[in-house]
Design a protein around this ligand. Structure first.
Ligand code: SF4
Length: 612
């Protein structure tokens, strides 16, 4: 078997034991890697109903066949577990040297089980696994922890670590790596913290098995240069993802004031041009030649690496339009190890709930200094307010009552990314049916929708586009494990990916094979959901209620008096279900599951809930 090392490393923190487990060629071809591996392993090994922050949960780090290979943007890893935020399968990806180092150590994935007795650093070097004390950095932020690790092991090692957010079980705590890379929005950092696992350090010395290593090297080296040249020619990484902010503001798609407003006259102060002008450094993931991490100096003088999502949600959505203050909030999230999107949404929801009388408090939109204090309270779970904030938007809304859930900007418990879909039905659907909750990673249809379709259409073509994007983004890229930006931003052909895959595995896959894999992965995530929430309804695939509320419609601008219409959204959702082969609850039918080769998984899910 080429392309895979053929082994998974299983580590038990309770017993301080480990073993390398071989996996079959059939497993490799069925699940490929990354999200595919994680979703299958967690489905087979976790009983429904377990406490996500208990020792029974398992943390997965999963790589794909092209991970760590010198080719465009292959330096990503998927981190996954049962989510403490959403209560079912959760994952994320991040750029990290762990990708290459773990593959060189001889593993395609790592499973971490149990709970350590004391703060622990897990050190992996080829066949050696050590459980080392990390008390010295327990309680410290991710930057200090990273420095501590680099001082011990040098900068070339792969590192995953958590900050105070993960240690204290903040439900949207992330895992961090390198200078500015984060992943695992739905609380993967909290799962790591619940195991008293402060850091994972990996070093590998073996070659990654490839069917045609010389061919892959030639193609990969040339493509790295080509991607770099296209980026230079197009100038994409001058503003990187934040190039979209000015456009979102113009088309009434920017989240402002807890998504109450869709644009702001001061948005230009935090747009891509201003970010580029303030740039003091540029960062990127390993094997990336279009590095998108733009760092500025924040209000306190730290380097803070920003992108659109964190500027949109820690800036515009909190009515904060000073770039250095947005940088400060972002720096704190990074250091505490908190997801910037969920943190931004949670703070803005809190300000909105106070403004609407659902609770009392001393936080108002635009108050950057209080926002900084609140992030600290959340990361430390300090006092009642810190504890509420640490639980995320949905739990806060339920605690407040008074109808606050209507404007809690989340789907399935995961906070909405920075696109305001008051009147963008396709993107609202993309959030509604995103596999793990309202993540933009799954189906970023917004530019296609606003540039190529009628904005007020709820037709089947939008459902078809969401599925097409889910297959590409949430299925293929997350399972072969590669960053999607060369394709999205530079027009790098999708055909390159089966080409890389075939060079390393010796197989002969086409994009159609990738889509079948993607459909299998999406169906499996739905089965996870069904097992955890047997009373699932189609309402679970609805975006936040406030987008349907006429009283929340803009009073001026391009979408004045317009809002999503519930009956039409429901039709659009049904188009999605019909095209996917899901039933009226949004669950794959048994027939579809059998077609995807998931009969055994269907039988298992049927023990907990009805399949049609
Ligand atoms: Fe990482 Fe950005 Fe490069 Fe993607 S484009 S690999 S996110 S630095």
């Amino acid at each position: 078997m080429y392309g895979w090392t053929g082994r998974i490393l299983r580590v038990d923190l309770t017993t301080r034991t480990h073993r390398a487990e071989p996996f079959s060629e059939e497993f490799a071809k069925t699940w490929v890697g990354g999200r595919g591996f994680a979703v299958k392993i967690l489905f087979d090994e976790l009983k429904p109903g377990i406490d996500p922050l208990g020792p029974e949960n398992k943390l997965i780090v999963a790589l794909g066949p092209i991970s760590g290979i010198p080719a465009p943007t292959t330096g990503k890893a998927v981190v996954a577990a049962k989510s403490p935020l959403t209560g079912f399968y959760g994952d994320g990806n991040l750029g990290t040297r762990v990708t290459e180092q773990l593959r060189k150590a001889g593993y395609d994935a790592l499973i971490v089980e149990g709970r350590a007795e004391r703060p622990t650093l897990l050190y992996i070097e080829d066949d050696t696994v050590e459980f080392l004390p990390a008390d010295e950095v327990w309680g410290q932020g991710t930057f200090a922890t990273n420095d501590w690790i680099y001082a011990k092991y040098g900068k070339g090692v792969g590192v995953l670590n958590i900050g105070q957010g993960g240690e204290n079980g903040v439900r949207y705590a992330t895992i961090r790596s390198m200078e500015g890379r984060s992943g695992g929005r739905p609380g993967m950092g909290a799962v790591m913290g619940s195991k008293l696992l402060k850091a994972i350090v990996v070093k590998g010395t073996r070659p990654i098995p490839q069917a045609n290593a010389a061919g892959m090297k030639a193609v990969g080296t040339a493509d790295l240069k080509m991607v770099h040249q296209i980026d230079k020619d197009t100038g994409w990484s001058r503003q990187s993802t934040n190039g979209v902010l000015a456009w979102c503001n113009e088309v009434a798609g920017l989240p402002v004031q807890n998504f109450r407003k869709t644009s702001h006259t001061e948005a230009w102060k935090i747009d891509g041009q201003r970010l580029d002008e303030a740039r003091v450094a540029t960062y990127g993931c390993p094997t990336c030649t279009m590095r998108c991490g733009i760092a500025i100096h924040d209000k306190e003088g730290h380097e803070s690496e920003l992108d659109y999502e964190n500027i949109g949600l820690l800036g515009a959505n909190l009515n904060i339009f000073e770039l250095d203050q947005v940088g400060s909030l972002n720096y704190l999230c990074d250091d505490y190890g908190l997801d910037t999107m969920s943190a931004g949404c949670t703070l803005s929801f809190y300000a909105d709930a106070i403004a609407h009388g659902a609770t009392t408090g001393d936080f108002t939109f635009g108050d950057a200094e209080r926002a900084k204090e609140l992030l600290g309270l959340a990361a430390r779970r300090e006092g009642p307010v810190g504890n509420l904030l640490a639980d995320g938007t949905l739990r806060m809304a339920r605690a407040f009552g008074h109808g606050a859930e209507q404007y809690a900007m989340q789907v399935k418990g995961l906070e909405v990314a920075a696109y305001n879909c008051k009147f963008i039905p396709g993107m609202a659907l993309a959030f509604g049916v995103a596999a793990i909750g309202a993540h933009h990673r799954e189906a970023w249809i917004i530019t296609f929708e606003l540039k190529n379709t009628t904005r007020d259409s709820y037709g089947p073509e939008k459902a078809a586009k969401v599925i097409e994007l889910q297959r590409i983004r949430g299925g293929m890229f997350e399972s072969i494990v590669s960053c999607r930006f060369p394709w999205i931003e530079l027009g790098w052909s999708l055909d390159n990916y089966p080409k890389y895959f075939n060079l390393v595995t010796g197989l002969d896959w086409t994009l159609d094979d990738m889509w079948r894999l993607a459909d299998r992965v999406y169906a499996m995530i739905k089965l996870h959901y069904l097992r955890e929430f047997p009373n699932v309804t189609r309402q679970d695939d609805y975006p936040p209620a406030v987008w349907f509320d006429p009283e929340n419609a803009d009073t001026e601008g391009p979408i004045a008096h317009m809002h999503l219409e519930a009956d039409k959204y429901d039709q659009l959702l049904q188009h999605y279900y019909d095209q996917r082969g899901y039933d009226r609850r949004g669950i794959p039918t048994r027939k579809l599951l059998e077609t995807l080769g998931l009969s055994r998984e269907a039988d298992e899910a049927a023990r907990y809930a009805t399949l049609t």
